[in-house]
Design a protein around this ligand. Structure first.
Ligand code: HEC
Length: 206
């Protein structure tokens, strides 16, 4: 079949979309019940800062924006740790992610003590206070909210989207990617079926 190449390309696209969708990293529910045993004080923040600026900055950048020196070399962009999507997660979920890792994000279960990892969670909260997502204060967004009710919510929502779009091409749209992926696969299957039917008919005719 002369269209075989086209099919293969389409199938490859379909799988790329599907795997993009599955790459969203979610901590298990059990992680949410972990309570941060380290008090959130200047000592914890100072230790967290020391660890962060010794290790994490390479990928996440000193301000946690995901723009570290090593960021361009990774197959997946490092998270912007000040983004609403990260800050909305529980302390336990962030602790779990720092402990487990998800390549290219490393696992720090063995290289950092539990206390150091909990201090880092505090420091990630501090980063968002020090360097809030810039787009959260874009005025045009607030203006476009004509109804005027709950402006702050609308700005934070779009703020998270804007910062996310910096870290990946299709940030919050993993579900859409899955749907598109499935549609592409279904489409390919249909085309293959039609061609097979046509081939069968030709054979039957002869
Ligand atoms: C080698 C580069 C690298 C280093 C070093 C690194 N990270 Fe990451 N980190 C990543 C990448 C890439 C992701 C995104 C992974 C994903 O979404 O699957 C990530 C994700 C995260 C997340 C989850 C964010 C989210 O979207 O839920 C947290 C929290 C995090 N890193 C904290 C840290 C901390 C704290 C350190 C230092 C102890 C650190 N990282 C060191 C690359 C790195």
């Amino acid at each position: 079949m002369k269209h075989l190449k086209l099919y293969l390309v389409l199938i490859a696209f379909g799988f790329t979309f599907v795997s993009q969708g599955q790459s969203t990293w979610v901590a298990p529910d059990s992680a949410n019940s972990l309570k941060n045993p380290v008090a959130d004080n200047s000592e914890a923040l100072a230790s967290g800062k020391t660890s962060f600026e010794a290790i994490c900055f390479v990928c996440h950048g000193n301000q946690g924006k995901g723009d570290g020196l090593n960021a361009p070399n990774l197959e997946r962009p490092p998270a912007d740790l000040t983004a609403v999507t990260v800050q909305a997660q529980s302390d336990g979920a962030l602790f779990w992610k720092i402990s487990e890792g998800n390549p290219p994000m490393l696992s720090f279960r063995y290289s950092l003590s539990e206390e150091q990892r909990w201090q880092l969670v505090h420091y990630i909260r501090e980063l968002a206070r020090l360097y809030p997502p810039q787009s959260a204060s874009v005025p045009s967004v607030a203006q476009s909210d004509i109804s005027g009710n709950d402006q702050s919510e609308s700005t934070t929502t779009s703020g998270s989207k804007n910062t996310d779009s910096k870290r990946s091409l299709f940030p919050d749209h993993s579900l859409i990617m899955v749907v598109i992926g499935v549609l592409v696969v279904v489409l390919i299957t249909l085309v293959v079926l039609v061609y097979t039917l046509m081939a069968v008919m030709v054979v039957v005719k002869n």
